[in-house]
Write a protein that binds this ligand. Sequence first.
Ligand code: NAD
Length: 295
Amino acid sequence: VKGKAKKAGKLAKPVTQAAVLGAGIMGGGIAYQSASKGTPIVMKDINQAALDLGLNEAAKLLSAQVERGRSTPDKMAKVLNNITPSLDYAAIKSANIVVEAVVENPKVKSMVLAEVEGQVADDAIIASNTSTISIDLLAKSLKNPARFCGMHFFNPVHKMPLVEVIRGKDTSEETVASVVAYASKMGKTPIVVNDCPGFFVNRVLFPYFAGFNGLLADGGDFVAIDKVMEKQFGWPMGPAYLLDVVGLDTGHHAQAVMAEGFPDRMGKSGKDAIDVMYEAGRLGQKNSKGFYQYS
Ligand code: NAD
């Protein structure tokens, strides 16, 4: 394993300038994390309000660190200086790596990825933060799919250690090694996984949610279930609260992808609690009402 890691390290291209497409929950978090760990990053969106929000979130996280005595106003200014917000594609031209984190829509992502390839150097790496879309499907939008793979962060980016590096059928070893190296430089723990519905984490998580849905269908109480999983079993949060954090829209969509990908294991008959919550517009913390009420 040591030899393999050394070989992978040699293959990795150094990243001195990064870019992220999309300044939403994930894009903003990726920009903050890259900048905090010393890699300058351009944050590109199509919407000025999103860019402002992304920068504000980064500034809030940094201020909290200064308040806790873990950083200084000087360091905070340096990190913020490492994030260049832009509405203009020209700003990503010199990036060695571009992480696409726009809305979870295959058509939009395919269009954006083709646009990115037209902007950057021939040897720049392109990665997608998609949660559910096949890497091989997205790769079809690129002239050179060898330079492309998945780079799946988890929410909130600054807290969650794992990054799934998803290898498509045409992804080169150099691309995998470069993304692994960049994720490590960002202070994350990368794992390399093959392209399949749910990648790694959602293949573990969604059968767990299916178990939770089953308990509710049998008359279980979600508050009691959360309490057992948190207080007695010792996990950081129970399934209902976790779904509120992830978002019931995201959960609903990912669950459908899992059911389609693994009909024998994840298929279901009739509506479950995730469907009911989603259809009632109870999306979780993002709109202040999910399993729980947030004010
Ligand atoms: P979001 O809606 O918060 O942000 C998406 C951003 O993309 C918006 O600011 C939007 O203006 C921007 N955008 C749309 N089209 C664009 C374009 N053509 N060019 C540049 N920017 C564009 O979404 P999010 O929750 O940050 O999710 C982004 C991606 O990350 C999705 O693929 C999602 O599946 C994935 N993801 C989300 C989570 C999560 O918990 N939210 C976790 C892991 C991965």
